[in-house]
Write a protein that binds this ligand. Structure first.
Ligand SMILES: [Zn+2]
Length: 115
């Protein structure tokens, strides 16, 4: 499962962050996940519950925000959200699009308790 490998690489990074900041613990982790990243939020939470056991992030809440797929049109510079995988500009029907969001998978913020 894709989500397990993501969480398994994420947890050591978070632990390193705790070490570097000398934090007592992590309360909450905010993740941003693009709808096109292929990641399922439920599966990510499930993987996190299992993989965080026995680590220093155990008990921290995982908050996942799904980021919609957005693009800008190279022709009329309209920015819009892509619906139903329709890869055309709703304003001018142009198909020369630049993807803006929707593929990200990143830790946006972590809430910690200072020691
Ligand atoms: Zn356009």
């Amino acid at each position: 499962m894709h989500e397990f490998s993501i969480i398994q690489s994420l947890i050591p990074q978070l632990e390193e962050c705790i070490d570097q900041g000398h934090y007592k613990k992590v309360n909450k982790i905010h993740l941003e996940v693009g709808v096109m990243s292929g990641v399922i939020a439920d599966a990510l939470e499930f993987a996190y519950d299992i993989c965080s056991k026995g680590t220093r992030v155990e008990g921290a809440e995982l908050s996942i925000r799904m980021v919609p797929l957005t693009a800008s049109c190279e022709k009329c510079f309209n920015e819009f959200e892509l619906q139903d995988y329709c890869f055309a500009c709703p304003q001018c029907n142009g198909t020369d699009l630049k993807m803006l969001t929707g593929h990200e998978l990143l830790v946006k913020e972590i809430e910690v308790e200072e020691s």
